[in-house]
Every structure is written in C-alpha cells, then in structure tokens.
Design a protein around this ligand. Structure first.
Ligand SMILES: N[C@@H](CCC(=O)N[C@@H](CS)C(=O)NCC(=O)O)C(=O)O
Length: 196
C-alpha cells in the first residue's frame, strides 16, 4: 500500500490513521505545484484530481478523498471507528462535517481573493470549531478512544495553530492529547513537522 502525501497537508490525517492502525504502507511525497512525486513520477497519472491524499492499495485500486480513505482505514481497523448504534453514520457525519465545513473553509484562508473572504472563512471556522468543542465530552470525538475522525480534526487544529487562531480550551487540550500519541509523533517526524 502507498500513501501519497504532502507534508502538513490534509493527507497527514491518513498518515496518522495508518500508523494508528499499524498497517504497513510506503510514503510517497508529492510536490503539489509540479505534481511530481519524490519517486520521479507524474502524480496526475496516479490521481487525475491532482490533489493529495491518494492511497494505492496492494491490488492496485486507488482510493481518493479524505472521507473515503479514512472510512476505509477504519474498516480495516475497527478500533479506529466509533462503536454502537449508527456508528458508521456518525463517523461519516463527522468526517463530512470536517471535510466540507472546516477543511474547505481553510482553503479560502490559504488562498483568499480578498481580506473580506479570508475573514469570512475564519469566522465560519471559529464557529464550527466551537461547535466541535462543545460536543467533545470525552478525550476524543467518540469517547475515550481515538478514531480516524480525530486524526482529521487534529490536522485542522494544526492548521488553525499555524494561522495563530486561538482555540477553545477543550480543543487546545484535545490537540495536545492527540499530538502526544506515538503514532502522531511518528507521522509528524516522517513529514519533517516534529520541530514546528
Ligand atoms: N476533496 C479532497 C480535497 C483534498 C485537498 O484539499 N488536498 C489539498 C491538500 S490539503 C491539495 O492537495 N491541494 C493541491 C491542489 O488542489 O492542487 C479530499 O477531501 O481529499
């Protein structure tokens, strides 16, 4: 299995989740501007969408989209999925929320066409992170155990930190808790982010 990633990008979620799952995989780094991989290949041939992440399975199938890949990893390693009634639906609900309501807004802060657009995006991000903070009752999103959704949320909080956004205490504590995990440290180290 090969994970195509860019350091610090949303693909860090899958990188963390794969380490948490203990699944064997190779990392391939993609230069998002040139679309070349560190193996010397053309990434557009792997994922014609041109963005990371992509996960190439051992049978050659290519998985794309954070929601789908994280859900697939949780299927391989059920302890990274929530348990109980409607667990799969709850997981997809949270992954979709992070993807479409938080991740996408960050895109507008990285490449804003105006200050007003950037400010509007931060306003939405802050509101949505407050919503997550309020529903975080336990150590992780779905209780005392880490799930793939926590890996995705962690990456969003890392980005918020990079943008010097103040986090609600519950999320600042959550970020520190996730960051302390050996799998997360390993992923950060492999992406050269452990000294950030
Ligand atoms: N819908 C995609 C979006 C992925 C995405 O936004 N990837 C960014 C990095 S965080 C990227 O590769 N951007 C480069 C590009 O779009 O060319 C998903 O959820 O997987």
């Amino acid at each position: 299995m090969k994970l195509y990633l860019a350091p610090g990008a949303c693909s860090l979620s899958e990188h963390i989740a794969l380490h948490e799952a203990g699944l064997p995989f190779e990392r391939v780094t993609v230069d998002l501007r040139s679309k070349r991989t560190d193996e010397g290949g053309d990434y557009s041939q792997i994922n014609p969408k041109g963005y990371v992440p992509a996960l190439v399975l051992d049978d050659g199938h290519v998985l794309t989209e954070n929601v789908a890949i994280l859900d697939w990893i949780a299927e391989q390693c059920p302890r990274l999925a929530p348990q109980g009634d409607r667990a799969r639906t709850r997981l997809l609900e949270m992954l979709a929320f992070i993807s479409t309501e938080i991740h996408k807004q960050f895109g507008r802060t990285f490449f804003p066409t105006s200050d007003a657009e950037r400010d509007a995006a931060f306003e939405k991000i802050d509101k949505r992170l407050n919503y997550v903070a309020e529903r975080l009752e336990s150590a992780y999103l779905f209780g005392p155990d880490m799930s793939v959704a926590d890996a995705y949320l962690y990456v969003m909080l890392r980005w918020a930190g990079g943008k010097k956004r103040a986090l609600p205490k519950a999320l600042a504590d959550f970020k520190a808790r996730v960051e302390a995990r050996p799998a997360v440290q390993m992923a950060l180290q492999h992406e050269g982010l452990d000294r950030d």
